[in-house]
Ligand binder design. Structure first.
Ligand code: MEV
Length: 429
């Protein structure tokens, strides 16, 4: 790809037909065929039959491209698989605002996953923990024998941690393996390590092992992103830039302090995050579990995953931090043709780069939502998009769609029968 010519800022993309949008992507990416993979969802039943059990078909979602993303000084086109209107437009809008402030800055931890081993009926807890520490090197070596390829790629089990856990069914010894999984999501690698080393753990502790499984609270694998928006970029009709910055900071403070609001605030964050996680064939349930457990665990009360404030200059600054266990190798990312096309479109080289992009999209999505909520409300934008869908469903095409949609919104009557009437009137007149 010629990065000099490549930009994610594509004015008018919205008004193009699907074929024109695909042609534009093929031209700018220099990759013919990538965008066409999305035509039918990229997955046929024969492929699907190899992925899960009892397949009777496939289930499609719309795939849209969020524009304007500048992350660590690089432009990205963001593939988003989602059924909800306004999300792709919201992310693109917020990314344009952040672009005015120099773009997103993202950084990530090493791709370190946790595998948990639950040991019960331990005769002497102190002694058992001591013996595991003494045999740490042996345990790590045995864990690493399970995945020679991962070790060859520079990953592998790095450390073990032990902890006594008092539960209603008595004390348990919980062992954590910390495993660098490189460009994988890592579930298979760490689950195998936990299972294969369990007999040695039983021998060393004299206890009995039950569960051997990863933790989705992947808090050694955090992704962070920050953004700045000049206050003047935020001014809209009826609201000064200062007023919008204050409204967004107040929305943030509300979500930081109140779990009821934090749940919805974070849902908005996950609108962006899940859409990219799904498009790239990653496990969105794992990412959801990680995000919400982290939102509760980091302070002890469920809170917001993002934070927004005014800086000394009065401009808006925001940040996000959450676990992002996403991979580029293995799983659906490797076998789903549309996921492969989405990864090509993103042009990310490592799982960490992907995590940084996803964190930035989450921050953008949150900004789009709370900016609208703190000013004109979200229904206005929703209704404008809904009106376009109704106009198209009534048979409008090309420029007619926007004309009819504008009339429906102005009349506050976004109904298909009214759209059909307006269409007839415009055809006759
Ligand atoms: C809707 O899908 C998401 C929002 O509710 C998020 C929020 O309230 O911040 C708009």
């Amino acid at each position: 790809m010629d990065s000099e010519e490549f930009t994610s800022r594509i004015p008018g993309f919205y008004n193009l037909s699907i074929a024109e949008r695909q042609a534009h992507l093929a031209r700018t990416l220099g990759q013919s065929g990538v965008a066409n993979t999305f035509d039918t969802g990229g997955l046929d039943p024969a492929h699907a039959d190899k992925m899960i059990e009892n397949v009777v078909g496939v289930f499609a979602l719309p795939l849209g491209i969020a524009l304007n993303f500048l992350i660590n000084d690089r432009d990205y086109l963001i593939p988003m698989a989602i059924e909800e209107p306004s999300v792709v437009a919201g992310a693109s809008y917020a990314a344009r605002l952040v672009r005015d402030g120099g773009g997103f800055h993202a950084e990530t931890d090493e791709p370190m996953m946790i595998a948990q081993v639950q040991v019960v009926d331990v005769p002497d807890m102190e002694e058992a923990i001591g013996r595991l520490y003494e045999h740490k090197a042996e345990l790590l070596a045995l864990a690493n024998q399970q995945d020679a390829l991962l070790v060859k790629l520079g990953g592998g089990a790095r450390d073990i941690e032990m902890r006594r856990l008092d539960t209603r069914l008595g004390a348990m010894l919980i062992v954590h393996y910390l495993v660098d999984v490189r460009d994988a999501m890592g579930a298979n690698a760490v689950n195998t390590m936990a299972e294969q080393t369990a007999p040695l753990i039983e021998k060393l502790t004299g206890g009995r092992v039950y569960l051997r499984i990863l933790s989705n609270l992947a808090d050694h694998r955090l992704a962070r992103a920050t953004a700045r928006v000049p206050k003047d970029s935020l001014a809209i009709e009826g609201y000064s830039g200062e007023a919008v910055v204050r409204g967004i900071a107040l929305a943030s403070a509300f979500a930081e302090a109140d779990p009821y609001r934090a749940a919805t605030h974070n849902k908005g964050v996950m609108n962006g995050i899940d859409a990219v996680v799904i498009a790239t064939g990653n496990d969105w349930r794992a990412v959801e579990a990680g995000a919400h457990s982290y939102a509760a665990h980091k302070t002890g009360t469920y809170t917001a995953l993002t934070r927004w404030d005014a800086d000394a200059n009065g401009d808006l600054v925001g940040s996000i931090e959450l676990p992002l266990a996403v991979g580029l190798v293995g799983g659906a990312t490797k076998v789903h043709p549309a996921a492969q096309a989405a990864v090509k479109l993103l042009n990310v080289q490592t799982a960490r780069e992907l995590a940084g992009v996803i964190a930035s999209v989450g921050l953008a999505q949150n900004l789009a939502a709370i900016r609208a909520l703190a000013t004109e409300g979200i229904q206005k934008g929703h209704m404008a998009l809904h009106a376009r869908q109704v106009a198209a469903a009534a048979g409008a095409s090309g420029e007619e769609i926007d004309d009819i949609a504008a009339k429906l919104v102005a009349e506050r009557n976004i109904k298909i029968d009214r759209a059909e009437e307006l269409l007839k009137e415009s055809e006759n007149g």
